[in-house]
Design a protein around this ligand. Structure first.
Ligand SMILES: [Zn+2]
Length: 626
């Protein structure tokens, strides 16, 4: 492709489904409903000052606006006050984005009403020229330093795009088009410098690079190339300016000695602008940069999919006990890999997405309360605020705990923990062409789409990843011939099905005329796999799930936000670390892996039971060899 000079724009391998075409079923739907009844649906009540700040409307920022008091401790933030001016826009819009998607997907009637009102209110803040944002006329588009211009729009427009795709509301679409046009007019392509922000910290400006999310989605909807060309311009402009978030800049990528070192969330979300630029322009340099960057990301990612985000990467490699990951980072990296799968069709991405979602991300939720960990490590020996008890000399660390809010640090992870599930669901299916559907991420869901103007519904009934059996139920307006591709997970040793199929590039391919009501079953068989991480520690997997040794703990309640919304801490009881030994003979039975391990304290071999990592609080998931 690259040698073909006139083929500047390469088509994406797969087409995304419009938001709302894929709905959750089974345990994923139940969990979303629980979240809507819990931290996702109540954040506006738990931090009303942050969510109700009219920052996009009557409270837009002006020249002498003061930094806002967000109720946090400002411990160990390198950033100064400037970010506290725009921060409520991120909190609000990321929260709304997650909330909008959750309530629409599960059809929560009270939530849907609330969302309709929100969209109406936010559209009322749009100026006649199309401006939707947080700055008054004196400030907007005229910055020489840290600001939240593009970032405030990105977070807002991502949610509005989802709402539009779901409802097809033309007023909302027109407002989005006008808002994006307003950006492209005021920061004209190749003739402006939107990412110039001086030499100080500029995290908000750097977040604004993800305006490419909006551009790419606009391109997907309209197929108008101007949006992707604009995204490429944004990436290039960001790369050429000074930024405190330089991991993604081309000079960093092409420096062979460079190690990822920036704020993790930025590093992982910035993968998307690079992907969009690389696939829009199809420039060899950007393709090469993408492949170098992907390799660097692997080095900072643990075996459960948790990429370092505690909060600066600081040149480290991932470690199951010593590097923490932020909930925000889990979401951002998942979303980035999903975009890359859509563009490239590289099946490895889907494995990484399931790794993150079914392991690290589920494993950073509290199984008993509606609360998440801001920071979490794979091996989690205590959750008392610090990283497994490590003292950090220059700050009081409080992020290693469960909370529905984490207001003492920043209300970023809680909104993003509300986004991750709907974003995962949105990427479960893709279209390869007008009669090929691809089940990329496995799990309980229902797809509604059309194939050559015939309506088709496919329900995927499963307990996956807690079982590896699926029933696919197809319902079509009339009998219809199409191709169904179901990803065969890498860990599957064999396939059991009553359907005729062929294997092709990692997919189970079923091509036939489906009856108007049709169904088949498929099961992926597997066995316990012993994995090794980059530090030589061993871990046990069965199917898509990692298994961990749970550590008994005493629970302590902390700050109470409201009834049933508390911070929760965990202190280990009878804690013993275990070592791997080579003749451990793991056996999987009824959702548990039984295995023999060496107790580090007593030096004795003991039989222990490992449970899914996703259901643990304190745990050991990787084991040193001894
Ligand atoms: Zn966060």
């Amino acid at each position: 492709m690259e040698s073909c000079a006139d083929q500047k724009q390469e088509a994406d391998k797969l087409q995304p489904m419009p938001f709302g075409s894929i709905k959750p079923l089974g345990w994923i739907k139940d969990q979303m409903q629980k979240d809507v009844n819990g931290f996702v649906g109540n954040l506006d009540r738990l931090v009303p000052d942050l969510i109700n700040d009219p920052i996009y409307g009557s409270g837009r920022l002006a020249k002498h606006s003061k930094a806002k008091d967000l109720g946090n401790l400002k411990e160990g933030d390198a950033a100064g006050d400037e970010q506290y001016k725009w921060w409520n826009s991120e909190t609000q819009s990321n929260w709304w984005d997650g909330y909008v998607r959750n309530v629409l997907l599960i059809n929560d009637s009270i939530g849907v009403q609330k969302v309709n009102n929100y969209v109406r209110r936010i559209l009322e803040t749009q100026d006649a020229d199309g401006y939707l944002g947080i700055y008054d006329t004196e400030l907007r588009y005229k910055f020489q330093s840290e600001n939240g211009e593009l970032w405030a729009k990105t977070t807002l427009l991502r949610g509005l795009l989802a709402y539009y795709e779901f409802t097809n509301d033309q007023n909302v679409w027109n407002a989005i088009v006008k808002a994006v046009d307003n950006v492209m007019l005021n920061y004209p392509i190749n003739q402006s410098n939107p990412f110039f922000a001086g030499k100080d910290f500029s995290g908000g400006v750097a977040h604004g690079l993800t305006f490419t999310d909006v551009c790419d989605r606009m391109y997907q909807i309209t197929k108008n190339k101007k949006y992707r060309e604009y995204a490429t311009f944004l990436f290039r402009n960001f790369s050429e300016n000074y930024s405190s978030e330089k991991d993604i800049q081309l000079h960093s990528i092409f420096d062979a000695t460079y190690k990822l070192q920036c704020h993790g969330v930025h590093t992982f979300e910035h993968l998307r602008p690079l992907i969009v630029a690389a696939y829009s322009s199809n420039e060899v340099e950007l393709r090469k940069a993408l492949s170098i960057y992907l390799n660097r990301l692997k080095q900072v990612t643990t075996i459960t999919g948790g990429a370092i985000g505690d909060e600066w990467i600081a040149g480290r490699s991932a470690h199951s006990t010593h590097t923490g990951y932020e909930y925000c980072s889990l979401h951002e990296l998942l979303d980035s890999y999903a975009l890359l799968f859509q563009k490239s069709g590289e099946i490895e991405m889907t494995e990484m997405i399931e790794r993150i979602f079914y392991n690290a991300a589920q494993g950073a939720r509290n199984p008993n309360y509606s609360a998440i960990a801001y920071l979490k490590t794979d091996n989690s020996f205590e959750m008392l605020g610090t990283k497994n008890g490590e003292i950090e000399p220059d700050r009081k660390q409080t992020r290693y705990k469960y909370s529905p809010v984490h207001q003492d640090v920043a209300v970023c992870c809680s909104p993003n923990a509300g986004r991750i599930t709907p974003y995962f669901v949105q990427n479960m299916w893709f279209k390869e062409n007008d009669n090929t559907l691809v089940a990329a991420l496995l799990g309980p869901n229902k797809l509604e789409t059309t194939i050559r103007n015939t309506k088709v519904e496919i329900e995927e009934i499963t307990e996956y990843p807690y079982q590896n059996k699926f029933q696919f139920k197809i319902k079509a307006e009339k009998p219809i011939e199409f191709t169904l591709k179901i990803r065969k997970p890498v860990w599957a040793t064999s396939i059991r099905t009553n359907e005729k199929y062929r294997l092709e590039n990692g997919f189970v391919v079923i091509s036939k005329e489906f009856k108007s009501i049709d169904n088949f079953e498929i099961e992926f068989l597997t066995e316990v796999k012993i994995l090794e991480d980059q530090n030589g520690e061993k871990a046990f997997a069965y199917g898509a799930l990692l298994y961990a040794l749970p550590i008994e703990a005493i629970e302590q309640k902390g700050k109470k936000y409201a009834e049933n919304f508390d911070d929760v801490y965990y202190k280990p009881v009878n804690f013993a670390e275990f070592y791997f030994h080579t003749s451990c003979t793991p056996i999987f039975q009824n959702g548990i892996i039984g295995v023999s391990m060496k107790n580090k304290g007593t030096n004795q071999i003991e039989e222990v039971k490992l449970i899914p990592f996703s259901k643990t609080i304190l745990r050991q998931v990787s084991f040193k060899q001894n």
